[in-house]
Design a protein around this ligand. Sequence first.
Ligand SMILES: C[S@@+](CC[C@H](N)C(=O)[O-])C[C@H]1O[C@@H](n2cnc3c(N)ncnc32)[C@H](O)[C@@H]1O
Length: 147
Amino acid sequence: MPILLQPIGVIHTPFTDPTQTPIQASRSTALGHVEVFPEFVEGLQDIEDLSHLILLYVLHRQSAYALRVQPFLDDRLHGVFATRYPQRPNFIGLSIVHLLARHEHVLEFEGADMLDGTPLIDIKPYVPEFDVRADVRLGWYGTRSKL
Ligand SMILES: C[S@@+](CC[C@H](N)C(=O)[O-])C[C@H]1O[C@@H](n2cnc3c(N)ncnc32)[C@H](O)[C@@H]1O
């Protein structure tokens, strides 16, 4: 069953080359901004009171996926669903970013790890109570070959 998604906005960042783009938002101090399309702006009410947002987006410049990939942080192959590698079915990315300011339909943030022009499909609040877990098992991330 195909699923049709409608972008709610677009993400602007300094990055145009995937090889020069940070690999995770938590490792990035790059600034970016989200432009939310007019028909969705009412949904931004109260967002300026939040410090961190989860951005969900389409890795739109990927054209192929693999089920076994070599992620940026390792020299071994892993199943794509055990990684955050961008060449994945459905090309969905997520980043937790630091919201710096809201100007009407524009959200300025720190922590860009996506390419300029990336289509945004959802925004959710980052809530430690919901999103932070203790005692996690890290699998290959715990024995990875690169920092
Ligand atoms: C490892 S992925 C992680 C993305 C996201 N933080 C996640 O965990 O889903 C980050 C890499 O994806 C690539 N990338 C970012 N935005 C993209 C886009 N719009 N289309 C294709 N590739 C993209 C860049 O090479 C970037 O370094």
